[in-house]
Design a protein. Sequence first.
Length: 277
Amino acid sequence: MPRNNQGRLDNKPESGAEAPTQNTNALLNFVTPTEFVELPTKGKFYPKNHPLCGAETIEIKYMTAKETDLLTSKTLLKKGVAIDRMLQSILVDSSIKVADLLVGDKNAILVAARISGFGASYDANITCKNCGTTSEQHFDLSEVEQKELEDDIEFTDDGTFFIDLPQSKIRAECKLLTGVDEDKLMKKVEKKRKLKLAESLLTDQLKLIIVSLEGITERGPVENFVDVMPARDSNYLRKQYERVKPDVDLSYLFECESCGASNNVNIPFSTNFFWPE
């Protein structure tokens, strides 16, 4: 339930009476409303010392002119941190760092912030994977739902979970990726593209997801195993990770008007997400 300023606004002078100066000042002392956003992870994937451990919701402020300044800062946009700075600004609990948010929770906050700030109606350009035609599509963000959290997950005190690999019979301790982890992956991909090296996104992702193998936490042996992991194990681990991973469902069935092809796409997030026309 959003907090608001109704109590301030209801304190009106009687008809014909001169409004006291303090009432005018009270109206100008606007308190930014807040709301509680449900976390897809339910706080179960955070370590015990994290402020969101066990938390099912997070309190955020409605966006203000301050946040729009952050989203339009040329310096922040160039660095690719404008959205993260905006998110940090609206978190009520300053001990929670956006960099440590798990991806699904971060997505839920993004959607909630967009709806409270600019409404649920969102138009974005989608490019057909088949013919390359770009067309504008309309999304109703109020219809975005959260994925149900699986109830057969064995958690540790650190918020990690286990996946038993079917071929090698090795038990892998895994974690959910944070926004920082995903940024590392994308930077590694871009670096390899610039150097014209072979991409290894899948194995690089697994190296971040896997915390330990049969209790072994040293990164060298873990990463060496990932490089030679049987394809059956690799495929199984990725599928189990996607099954376990809490998130908001951003998938959308896009039907191209030009070629008639159907594509499964995700609702795009960018700074334009917060600038409706």
